[in-house]
Design a protein around this ligand. Structure first.
Ligand code: ARG
Length: 477
């Protein structure tokens, strides 16, 4: 057998090393047990690299064919679960390359010409993340559709809108849900931006300085469907800002999920009683038989902390690194993988929890959020949610807004004293606060009257909510 850098079982390097790595150090430095997740990207990158090496006459057509064949077999082995991942071979890249050489001999050893694991791993992570971004965006579209469907069913349902968690003004429950659609739409848009900067090719930067082989980097970028080539070799192998950006976008998205979760948790508490979520998203208590706990929203709120934590981890990982590649960067993977897993699971589960599950027999979704419109309306009535409407009414009668505000404060005080809603105060009582008040005041004092009045673009009037739903449907397809 010819001398082969992978022959020696104890370590993968070369004659330079006089002692093998200890088992502990091997375990400490290896990444194969998590970065094997990158295998498809690794093979795709290698195929594109080999194709270019051949096109540039750096390797022969025969070697290229052997590499293609070997990599295809490796892909099949991995898919079938038959590939033997070896800790001794440290990471996904060395594992695949060693197997390739085992399968096709010298051609396998030629694959690494003009390449380093430094540009290879940066390429792999970018390719993998690009695919994951596309999946996350699809899930965000699904979630938005679930929210839009549910919003459409509840355009006319009135709930108290809050500021400071105090009843403020009546809003449509549909309108409230559409606020989250806006947030998730921006999350998808943000991920689209991150994708553009992720989708650039480091390969060809080699270890850090470029390479002496006549590579055609643009060609590799085209083969891989990348939008461009990283223009500085040092930057190409060392920065992970695309991963940090992704983490930031994922964190913002999870913060949106977390805010929604907080509302769901409040709304389904006995004190609100606004909604129900399907039993399969809740759990009971082992001691209190009456309990139904909103575990899924609570966990989503909790998992937001972990995703934000990963963002902090990645930023901290990067901050002290001199150019160019450092092994620190191997630590980018677990936080990134966990972020993607957490985000995808969360979005999937929320789509179903909000919109329900498709019943194949009827073709209709069932078991989404259940709404209790009476409880919502009662809560809005309890909070004098139409006080602003009375003030606006007085302004229309010619009062300066500040004076109207003061007048209404007195009216609310009187209503509280009588334990009635503003709309239940007799006209004669209302006229004590301002003689200009007439019978038509009761139109604006009702919750529905107040809602219909807010008919400006982006407002909560049902007419506006319908327009927004139409816009979302066109946008989401
Ligand atoms: N497993 C390494 C990583 O994830 C691959 C690159 C290693 N390069 C090196 N020169 N040691 O970053």
């Amino acid at each position: 057998m010819p001398h082969n850098q992978f022959d020696k079982k104890s370590q993968a390097w070369s004659a330079l090393f006089s002692e093998p790595m200890s088992d502990l150090v091997k375990r400490y430095t290896a990444s194969v047990f998590f970065d094997k997740r990158l295998w498809q990207a690794d093979i795709a990158g290698s195929l594109a690299h080999a194709e270019m090496l051949q096109a540039q006459s750096i390797i022969s057509a025969a070697d290229h064919a052997s590499i293609q064949k070997g990599l295809a077999q490796i892909g099949a082995e991995i898919e079938a679960g038959a590939f033997e991942w070896k800790l001794d071979l440290e990471d996904v890249h060395l594992n695949i390359e060693a197997r390739l050489t085992q399968l096709v001999g010298d051609a396998g050893k030629r694959l690494h010409t003009g390449r380093s694991r430094n540009d290879q791993v940066a390429t792999d992570v970018r390719l993998w993340l690009r695919g994951e971004i596309d999946l996350v965006v699809e899930l965000l579209v699904e979630l938005q559709k679930s929210l839009v469907d549910t919003a459409e069913q509840h355009i006319e349902v009135i709930m108290p809108g809050f500021t400071h968690l105090q009843v403020a003004q009546p809003v449509s429950f549909g309108h409230h849900l559409l606020a989250y659609v806006e947030m998730f739409a921006r999350d998808a848009e943000r991920l689209g931006d991150v994708r553009r900067r992720t989708n650039r090719l480091p390969l060809g930067a080699a270890a850090l300085a470029g390479t002496s082989y006549p590579l055609d980097r643009e060609r590799v970028a085209r083969t891989l469907g990348m939008e461009g080539v990283c223009q500085n070799s040092l930057d190409a192998v060392s920065d992970r800002d695309f991963a940090i950006e992704f983490s930031a976008a994922a964190s913002i998205c999870m913060v949106h999920v977390s805010r929604f979760s907080e509302e769901l948790i409040l709304w389904m508490s006995q004190n609100f009683g606004f909604i129900r979520i399907a039993d399969r998203f809740t759990t009971g208590s082992s001691i209190m038989p009456q309990k139904k706990n909103p575990d899924v929203p609570e966990l989503a709120r909790g998992k937001t902390g972990r995703v934000v934590g990963h963002l902090m981890g990645l930023l901290t990982l990067m901050k002290g690194q001199p150019l160019a590649y450092n092994k620190d960067n191997q630590e980018d993977k677990e936080p990134l993988f966990d972020t993607v897993d957490t985000l995808k699971d969360t979005l999937r589960i929320f789509s179903e929890m909000v919109g329900g599950q498709l019943n194949p027999a009827t073709g209709v979704k069932e078991g989404g959020i259940g709404v209790n419109p009476d409880a919502m309306e009662r809560a809005a009535l309890r909070g004098y949610a139409t006080a602003t409407d009375l003030a606006d009414y007085l302004v229309k009668k010619g009062l300066p807004f500040r004076d109207a505000h003061e007048t209404v404060a007195h009216a609310v005080k009187a209503a509280i004293a009588h334990q009635v809603d503003l709309s239940e105060l007799p006209l004669a009582v209302l006229q004590q606060f301002n003689p200009g008040i007439e019978k038509d005041v009761y139109q604006v004092l009702s919750l529905r009257g107040s809602l219909n009045e807010r008919n400006t673009l982006g407002g909560t009037a049902p007419a506006q909510v319908r327009l927004q739903i139409e816009r979302h449907r066109l946008r989401l397809g």
